[in-house]
Design a protein around this ligand. Sequence first.
Ligand code: UDP
Length: 343
Amino acid sequence: MKYWRQKAASNLPILVTGGAGFLGTHLCNRLLKDGHSVICLDNLLTGTKKNIVGLLKHPKFVFHQSDIRDCEYFKVKRIFNLACPASPPAYQADPIGTTMTSVVGAYNMLRLAIRNNARILQASTSEAYGDPLEHPQKESYWGNVNPIGPRACYDVGKRCAESLFFDHRRKANANIKIARIFNTYGGGMQPDDGRVISNFIMEALQDEDITIYGDGQQTRSFCYVDDLIEGFMRLMYSKSNDPGPYNLGNPEEFSIQELAETVIKLTGSKSKIIYLEKPVDDPRCRCPNIDKAREKLGWKPVVTLEKGLKITIAHFDKLLSAEKRRDKKSRKFIHGLAAELEI
Ligand code: UDP
């Protein structure tokens, strides 16, 4: 697939909420590369300034630390609404906050889009399908979601956001696009993100036990981040006024057991696999049907799991080496200090 480039057409900036998070950082980089001006808005709850430190000097990049649950006004030409904790441990840590971010945040961003007459793309989720009874999942499937379980703050919050988006389209002519994002991974993930790929790689690189939750037979399909960002761009700049939703994900499906074995092989790790309790409402399977994105956006993922994992392993390896160097330095410093104080 050829790199698809949308040149900046106006000087107004593009707003990326959650711009200091994993996907947000990659998206900001891509937009700047294409010549756009970017306002990156993030409350730094799960995003981090470390992700965007290289961008802060860029003349077309502005960082704004704030929360989409608070109303603010920006003059912008387009909005990508990505702000929300996305890994299960992170979104369950403050479930009420997650719901409010998903719903009130989406409402605020929709009002902002309408005031600006700007197109808004909502980062929705494959979790909208819950523990799916249809497999692979098409956009037409309504899902199987537990509305009162520990995942509901995210699943139901994001479903409610989709409903708000469609009601604003019907009632206020909002120019909306909805992407349902399936599991995405790549360089730039936080080591303590809590998602399966970052956990497995960090464990493998340190020869620690690889922790599978449940029997490992549950499945997921993993999309490399560059592929996902390409899908975002195609959807945002699509000439069609079809609002979606569009599944964006890699349709190759793997069991979590297979993933663990692949990570061990690629890292040459001595880790053992251990099995822990399966989290409540953990979906048994997940795999996108991407026919709609293929047909209407000309999009499909091109990075294989093995290739994407190799890049991601290199990213975490670099992080660990930097940490070791820092530890060595601080150990040296402490030894020096102890010698000086004769203790
Ligand atoms: N998982 C696991 N070990 C981990 C983290 C996750 O076995 O250290 C499992 C988790 O129970 C789920 C799958 O891997 O079945 C994907 O989990 P993740 O948190 O990455 O995202 P989810 O698809 O659940 O949103």
